[in-house]
Design a protein around this ligand. Sequence first.
Ligand code: CTP
Ligand code: CA
Length: 227
Amino acid sequence: RHFTGEPGRLAGKRVLVTAGGTVERLDPVRYLTNDSSGKMGYAIAEEAVRMGAAVTLVSGPSALAVPAGVTLVPVQSALDMREAVLARLTESQIIIKAAAVADYRPAVVAEQKIKKKSDSLTLELIKNPDILQEIGSLKTKNQFVIGFAAETEALDEHAMDKLKRKNCDLIVGNDVSQEGAGFGGDTNVVRFYDQNGLVQALPILSKWDVARKLLELAADRMAAAAG
Ligand code: CTP
Ligand code: CA
């Protein structure tokens, strides 16, 4: 692959990206997580650096190499991710939440390994805070917030609902049931939405190409808003 974007489009901008899945501890040797590979978020971080931004990547555990020039802040749980993001929020102009944050965490984290006892075990889970929604409610007019919506049905409706509920400037919707989209692979099939609806429906592209198109759209929108 080769870089065709415009270097310097994001010069002087601080970009905060979240990536990967969160890890929610159950006991010292067990946890709940999800299938997120982190690839989409890492690709965004890499392309943002190429476009001249100062990039911080808050990531759940991932096997991926940290792209050159990116500052990595490794986290485990959704609560850790929230703290890491909120601590860096005011200094960031573009915030991109590509992470697959666990919606729930175990209500209790056992200090010792949970022992096998009865024939069934019920886990109590409690809801995690919605980090993107918090960012949306704290956002100032100089900040640009991008969320993701991974859906298996009714993509347009669900993506628009999340965009509005979480007060994002853009949302990237992907139908993860579609071939070449979503978790794990090197490609994605996405649609960009703003407060007025669908902006762009992209064909199957590498995650780097998706990243670049997203960052170029964000740069255009920020330039237009700045007048
Ligand atoms: N998100 C977040 N904090 C959470 C859950 C989600 O910041 N606790 C962010 C994700 O990083 C993503 C966006 O919200 O940018 C949408 O995530 P998604 O899981 O698609 O939406 P939910 O609101 O969790 O709704 P549901 O899982 O029920 O579809
Ligand atoms: Ca969710």
